[in-house]
Ligand binder design. Sequence first.
Ligand code: ZN
Ligand code: ZN
Length: 219
Amino acid sequence: MLIVEPPTALAGSRGLSDIGTVRAQAARIGPNTIIQLAHVLRDRYGDFMASTLLFESTGYAMTALPGAMVDEREAQAFVRTVMRQLGERPGAAVLHEAGRRTADYLMANRIPRPAQWVMKALPARAGLSLLLKAMRANAWTFAGSGAFSVHTHARGADLTFHACAMCRDMHSDGPVCDFYAGTFEHLIRTLVAPRAEVVEVECQAQGGHCCRFEVTGIR
Ligand SMILES: [Zn+2]
Ligand SMILES: [Zn+2]
């Protein structure tokens, strides 16, 4: 997410021809969903569990995690496997933590320091507008084939994914796109408003027509 490399990083479908698979060029997303999710699993459940779930869903090894944009279907498969193996609530908690760590990675490596200083210095509402503008501009790094949109209003903002890439083909009782919720919430709390909350109030996996996150506590 919020990766600022040029879109040429999207070109090509590296690896697909190597395994002899013929399929349409896949949408790609940044590797943090896979990297951070693997690390949280390892820290909470041990290396064996993390390695097994990672390999069975994506073919990656813990010692050779992806370093560039990945086929979004790899991330989807990993997320589905984690939710199925751990159960919805523990799985969502792991995804949320992976999102939080992704936000830390982005602030340490991808979001320019001067931009972070400005977001922190501005009044919260203006800082949020600036952060959301940057998120929209970089949506190609995290939305995959989904469509990301932002709607700001008096109480905060609504962040929406249509055809959300994170929960594609999933069916659940509760909302499951906690990777996004965790990333957005930690970015907004750190850069804009410490008491901000990001809650997924509608989820495609529950039968919603989109995944929608409410941002509140902006002051
Ligand atoms: Zn979703
Ligand atoms: Zn969702």
